[in-house]
Design a protein around this ligand. Structure first.
Ligand code: SAH
Length: 488
């Protein structure tokens, strides 16, 4: 059961190319001149860094400092030097700076960066690697997923709640909340955590709160005491959520909960094939037929809608399971609806974590929402009764923007500012938003998981993958907000 579920509930997005595709590798035109090749690689790196929002000077200096290292090393190094400057301007002691920046951001020495880079290449090299020794002994530590995956605490779980004390400079505001798939390739969460101030991820499987699984990691600096769940608590089993499916549910289908809702759904061909296999079988069907049918039902979250008849969940049912209002995504084409819902937050889970903001901000919050999607974070805040004074929302897909804007217009009175691409949210624009709104109380978002999720075998190339590398924008933007707010 566990093995099947683990394999089944990993998300992947359709790579149908409607997202901004960013850079592509350029060919060196077959030139055999090593110097020219190096120059063009250097230009490419500079271009990528500038696209990420760093200045050309910073990019050049980082390349001079670090030499021929991977892009992520350069990001690391620029970030380390930015934070060092920032810390000096905030009068942090050198000791603090060393602890917080160099040790955690890895910007100390070229030799160390080269070593890290080598490890990194191995890590994403496609072959399974053993644990490699690390110079500081920390970066290659595997980040084990807890079992049960209930995070620091969950309503109704008796497990002792975790206590954590964050260093003062990491506590909000701004509070931040970052999300991505729990089951990412090795080293990804360690890297994300290292960039996000070494804060440990909170791994939660939403099946502990609702009727469907969704294993996610969350890194945030919110307090974890005195959380409260959204009421009414959502149903935790399939039959509690959809009692009418009992009628046709065969006794040999032992599922009580659904697997993770994904961006793609089973085809009509498949459900037909299942129907035919069952129609030509005994009742109950032979074990081999049961096994085949159950395997497909688990994979596709199929439900029984008639005699020998299975079907995927309707988008409306997914909205309900994920904690959204009815018809939230209605109006989009069905494929678009599945895609948006497959990628979104499970609202009850996120709301449980965000619930602590309610007493802290009785007059409402200013939110910077990165990779807003269909607004899982905002729906969570709204359902908690937390007023959003202003939301600056960054989302590239037109379909998602339409859904989010539609929901906002119907439910909210605050200010909504929409930006298409995280890459265009420059540091200068961030500074101007910070001064206009008097700072952000919450920076929330989960960057694309396309290159991380398990089913995506073709371009599962980790955090450096084209889409997943957008994580670095989350980190860049959060740092820019922190710096701008520190100067306020
Ligand atoms: N948390 C969201 C979903 C996040 S999925 C929700 O609750 O619905 C990641 C989102 O990032 C997708 O909606 C995708 O369209 C968006 N995205 C991808 N590239 C982007 C970019 N360059 N700038 C802004 N958004 C982007």
């Amino acid at each position: 059961m566990q093995a099947l579920e683990d394999d089944d509930d990993l998300d992947f997005e359709n790579s149908d190319g409607d997202d901004d595709t960013g850079d592509t590798e350029t060919d060196s035109n077959g030139s055999s001149d090593e110097f020219l090749r190096e120059m063009s690689e250097k230009d490419e790196k500079i271009k990528s860094l500038v696209d990420m929002g760093f200045s050309e000077d910073e990019a050049n200096m980082a390349i001079t400092r670090c030499g021929d290292v991977d892009l992520w090393e350069l990001v690391d190094s620029i970030s380390a030097s930015r934070i060092t400057e920032d810390s000096h301007s905030r009068n942090l002691s050198d000791h603090q700076i060393t602890d917080r920046c160099f040790d955690s951001f890895g910007g100390r020495k070229k030799a160390r960066l080269m070593e890290e880079s080598k490890k990194k290449r191995n890590r994403y090299g496609g072959r399974a690697q053993g644990n490699q020794p690390s110079l500081d002994g920390s970066h290659d530590e595997p980040m084990p997923l807890p079992n049960p995956m209930v995070g620091f605490n969950l309503p109704g779980y008796l497990q002792p709640s975790v206590t954590r004390i964050l260093p003062k400079q990491d506590t909000g505001p701004p509070f931040f909340y970052y999300e991505n798939v729990a089951q990412a390739p090795k080293g990804v969460w360690a890297t994300i955590s290292r960039f996000l101030y070494d804060i440990q991820p909170e791994f939660v499987d939403s099946k502990h709160l609702c009727a469907t699984a969704r294993k996610r990691g969350y890194i945030h600096n919110l307090p974890i005491e005195n959380r409260s769940p959204l009421l009414p608590m959502p149903p935790k089993t399939i039959f509690e959520a959809f009692p009418h499916y009992k009628k046709w549910w065969p006794s040999w289908d032992l599922r009580t909960q659904l697997n993770c809702l994904r961006t793609n759904v089973a085809s009509a061909k498949l459900t037909e094939r299942i129907g035919r296999a069952l129609a030509s079988s005994d009742s109950p069907p032979a074990r081999s037929v049961q096994k085949y049918v159950m395997n497909e039902c688990r994979k596709g979250n199929l439900v029984w809608i008639g005699k020998n008849k299975v079907a995927p969940l309707e988008p409306e049912e997914m909205e309900y399971l994920l904690g959204f209002p009815k018809d939230h995504t209605r109006g989009l084409g069905i494929t678009e609806r599945y895609k948006s819902l497959g990628n979104t937050f499970q609202v009850d889970t996120v709301a449980y974590h965000l619930s602590v903001l309610k007493v802290m901000f009785p007059n409402g919050v200013n939110v910077l929402s990165l990779f807003t999607g269909i607004g899982g974070g905002e729906v969570a805040l709204h359902r908690l009764g937390i007023h959003m004074k202003a939301v600056v929302s960054v989302e590239i897909r037109k379909a998602n923007k339409r859904i989010f804007r539609g929901w906002w217009d119907q439910t909210q009175t605050g200010t909504l500012i929409e930006i298409d691409d995280v890459k265009s949210l420059t540091d200068d624009r961030i500074v101007s938003f910070v001064s206009r709104f008097g700072g952000f109380d919450l920076v929330i978002g989960g960057s694309p998981c396309n290159n991380l999720a398990g089913c995506n075998r073709y371009n599962r190339d980790g955090l450096e993958g084209e889409q997943s590398a957008l994580f670095y924008h989350y980190f860049r933007i959060l740092n820019a907000v922190k710096s701008a707010m520190a100067r306020m």
